[in-house]
Design a protein around this ligand. Structure first.
Ligand code: GLY
Length: 319
């Protein structure tokens, strides 16, 4: 990103605890400590105090909490603003942006508690208005494609940019993933009216310029129901009740993630267990519908946030 002029946070990488702690001392808090390898979305600690920052460094570089993934860490400037997920599909030359979405990474309401892989998402994200959409395309997505091409990389597939938008509508890149997001995929695809297979085939054959994606003009929301003790080692084997009581009409769907079926009974088998999803004409109506469904599903130790979509609703009522 630095090489190709794509806006992002200032950062340095470390394998040495003393140097990492010196950097924290110099730059102060809040500051972000990241495992440099794959950690299932959990290797990111936003430290609000220096003690938290030192502890995060220690857990990765000394206690090997994330194994090899944390043997090298990135310490990054904390970016203040609102986060959105912007996913585009690319065919090596052309880019087709998908509908915007917003994930909720913290475990608890009001963005409190530890970071998770994502506790809920909705689409579209009202913060990504036309102006922000164009900025993300022109400052992040297109320069990234151009930069990769210049570096000899032909990129075909999903390019996921996690972006942060500040109060002055400046944008910076938080992260890239070469995939769709979880749980962003569920509300995004729930609004897709075009045939996904045709879009994928066009991306594969270099024909995305001929494709338009059509979207339902309402909103969809996914609530993640997570297992007891997630995002630490989740408890498994809790029986899940009432999934079958849900009337899966065309506007509601419960996606299974960390579940397993034993003798016609469903049990938890992972951290993020279910993605309860609903769609409606307004965000408020989608929220009401999805929480009505979520509240009917039961398993011991179930954790879910009650405020997915709330931030956007408050913002729109302030306008
Ligand atoms: N929900 C964030 C991700 O999939 O990376």
């Amino acid at each position: 990103m630095i090489k190709h002029g794509i806006p992002t946070a200032q950062y340095e990488t470390f394998t040495d605890i003393t140097l990492a702690n010196k950097y924290i001392e110099k730059n102060g808090v809040p500051i972000v400590i990241k495992a440099d390898g794959l950690a299932a979305g959990k290797g990111v600690i936003v430290a609000l105090t220096k003690e938290e920052a030192y502890q995060a460094v220690d857990s990765m570089l000394s206690q090997n909490k994330y194994g090899d993934a944390g043997a090298r860490i990135v310490i990054e400037e904390f970016l203040d603003g609102e986060e959105a997920s912007f996913i585009a599909i690319c065919d090596g030359e052309n880019v087709l942006p998908l509908a915007s979405s917003q994930d909720h990474k913290r475990l608890q309401n009001n963005d409190l508690g530890p970071n998770t892989g994502g506790m809920g998402a909705y689409s579209p994200a009202p913060i990504v208005n036309q102006e922000i959409h164009e900025k993300i395309m022109n400052q992040i997505i297109l320069p990234t494609m151009k930069g990769m091409k210049k570096d000899g990389i032909k990129f075909q597939g999903f390019l996921y940019a996690g972006v942060i938008i500040d109060d002055n509508c400046n944008i910076k890149t938080l992260e890239f993933n070469c995939r769709m997001g979880d749980p962003e995929t569920q509300p995004i695809l729930f609004r897709l009216k075009s045939n996904l297979f045709n879009i994928l085939m066009a991306a594969e054959s270099g024909n995305l310029s001929n494709i338009k994606a059509e979207w339902d003009d309402g909103y969809s929301i996914t609530i993640v129901m997570a297992a007891h003790n997630y995002p630490n080692k989740p408890r498994v084997d809790d029986q899940i009740y009432n999934i079958n009581n849900i009337d899966n009409d065309n506007d509601c769907y419960t996606f299974h993630a960390g579940t397993k079926k034993v003798d016609d009974k469903i049990f938890t088998s992972g951290g993020r267990v279910l993605g309860v999803t609903a769609r409606a004409k307004s965000l408020q109506a989608a929220k009401d519908k999805v929480y009505k469904l979520t509240s009917t599903i039961e398993f011991s130790g179930a954790q879910y946030r009650n405020d997915i979509g709330q931030k956007a609703l408050i913002k729109s009522s302030e306008k």
